[in-house]
Design a protein around this ligand. Structure first.
Ligand code: ATP
Ligand code: MG
Length: 498
């Protein structure tokens, strides 16, 4: 227990007014835990769009009190910090109890949309669930989580948000000593699939019910009226997960560690570790260097999403009441995933209708992309500039392919398909540019920002965030951020080290 925390007694000057819905759950769900103070913290960056969601003005980040709160050095009035318990399946194997080993929930605050947002400090020190860990997160992984959370939100993909990063010169030992940081994450709830598995595998069905009732009342209130609210919860989470997987696939996002403890009960992208965006298209690409079997390879994500929903279904079975009802709730996954992916891919190709042979056109496209190692993001963006009656305008797109003749043959079919629905170049390009991002968080861009930040220059973090906040805009002044990765980036590896 820390004794040197300055706990504010009045709330009049507080920028954040905390309530503590999750802390209201009985004791076994969490352990009250103060953050461990972060020595001499400094603001690395703050996301103004995340701040807006909880009514913070840009000037708020000039407040020393706020920086101290976001460092875990000061407990805001009303906040009851805690670490939550959960378990999970890691790489397909039951891992037993995990829990917030380095994340501390401060409580929840009012959100501009009328709801509530929980604020959680990731990297705020050891908790009873830290096991062998030091409770810290390094600046490197914190910048990656911060930038990608905000980039995904701007891409329209459900995600936890990142309000700010504070850094410190305090070191943590990873492959080498690295400086530490704390990211303030925001989400309506951080409950995970593994939070339910925890009570199921500990045979505590009362606690399981308490948690399910809490989640339904707080985040799925419309399900309270269902005949079987627990079955309805599983069905809804399954649908959200299926849609999330389709959104990941459509933008080429790879999570890297899809363990059930990293799956959000709200269908949000959660825990940005060794993630990546697909560059040279390879459907079996593994973004996590630690995942040698490729369990979480790009093309495995949809089926792993389903597997994870089964794990949740198993945990909810005692509440749902029968295997049949549980299976029924899970059964929609494939169709929901397929329909969403179809919708997204059609939009990416600028196709307004769905036709019987579209699968062939898409399969042929992906096969060509794979054969030529075509950059995923550049391909779709440049495809938007294709003109129906001017093959010369294809040059930048065509240049991405090693086999130009094969591309030309495909482009002929694509043009014919577009003409079938009287597609118009200008409006199609507008639509495609609004769903095919020009800018994604390529690993080398994050790496460049990280290396500068490690030398106390945070300007590249700021600049990248600003670019990624408008991923669909041309931003010609930043065009080099949309280019192919440089040669030095080929050797970049991301692992679970964080
Ligand atoms: N440095 C650390 N100190 C203590 N616990 C850790 C540390 N790193 C990871 N853990 C714990 O190990 C488990 C699995 O880690 P994982 O990398 O999935 O999560 P994480 O990145 O810490 O957090 P989150 O899922 O909240 O984003 C979690 O229980 C996590 O809290
Ligand atoms: Mg995790």
């Amino acid at each position: 227990m820390n004794t040197d925390l300055a706990t504010s007694e009045t709330s009049a000057h507080e920028l954040l007014h905390f309530a503590n819905a999750f802390a209201g759950l009985p004791a076994p769900f969490h352990t009250r835990q103060l953050p461990t103070p972060l020595p001499a913290p400094y603001l690395v960056d703050a996301s103004q769009s995340a701040a807006q969601m909880i009514g913070l003005e840009p000037a708020a980040f000039e407040s020393a009190d706020l920086i101290q709160t976001l460092s875990g050095n000061r407990i805001a009035a009303g906040s009851q910090p805690l670490a939550a318990v959960y378990s999970g399946h890691q790489f397909g194997v039951w891992a037993g109890q995990l829990g917030d080993g380095r994340a501390i929930l401060l409580g929840d605050v009012a959100a501009a949309n009328g709801g509530r947002m929980e604020l959680q400090l990731k990297g705020a020190g050891a908790t009873p669930y830290s096991r062998m860990g030091d409770g810290r997160a390094v600046l490197r992984s914190s910048i990656r989580e911060y930038l990608c959370s905000e980039a995904m939100a701007a891409l329209g993909i459900p995600t936890s948000r990142a309000l700010a990063i504070v850094g410190s010169d305090q070191l943590a030992m990873r492959e080498r000593p690295e400086t530490t940081a704390v990211v303030t994450r925001m989400a309506p709830s951080f409950v995970r699939f593994g939070s339910f598995e925890h009570w199921y595998y500990n045979n505590q069905h009362d606690a399981l019910k308490t948690l399910a009732d809490y989640v339904i009342a707080g985040f799925y209130p419309e399900l309270q009226a269902a005949d079987n609210p627990y079955q309805a919860l599983l069905a809804d989470v399954t649908r959200r997960t299926a849609h999330l997987m389709a959104q990941w696939q459509a933008v080429g996002f790879m999570h890297g560690v899809m363990n059930t403890d990293n799956m959000s009960i709200l269908g949000l992208t959660l825990d940005y570790g060794p993630f990546g965006f697909m560059e040279a298209y390879d459907p079996s690409h593994i973004c996590n260097h630690t995942d040698q079997q490729g369990r979480y390879a790009y093309n495995k994500q949809p089926q792993i999403g389903h597997w994870n929903c089964f794990a949740l279904g198993q945990a909810l079975l005692p509440l749902i009441g029968s295997v049949e009802a549980t299976e029924a709730a899970l059964s929609g996954y494939q169709a929901q995933y397929g329909a969403k992916l179809d919708e997204l891919l059609h939009a990416k190709l600028g196709l307004a209708t769905q036709q019987a042979d579209d699968d062939k056109l898409l399969d042929a496209m992906f096969a060509l992309m794979q054969a030529s190692h075509v950059d995923f993001t550049l391909f779709f963006r440049r495809l938007g500039a294709l003109r129906l009656d001017d093959a010369g305008a294809d040059a930048p797109l065509r240049d991405l392919f090693l086999d130009r003749a094969a591309f030309d043959a495909w482009a002929l079919q694509y043009r014919a398909r577009l003409k079938l629905e009287n597609s118009r170049d200008d409006s199609r390009k507008l639509g495609m540019d609004s769903c095919n991002p020009k800018y994604v968080l390529r690993n080398y861009l994050a790496q460049t920002a990280i290396e500068q930040a490690q030398n106390k220059d945070f300007s590249e973090v700021r600049k990248l965030l600003e670019i990624l906040e408008n991923p669909f805009d041309e931003q010609p002044q930043h065009a080099k951020y949309a280019e192919l990765p440089p040669d030095w980036a080929r050797g970049l590896e991301v692992s679970c080290s964080s």
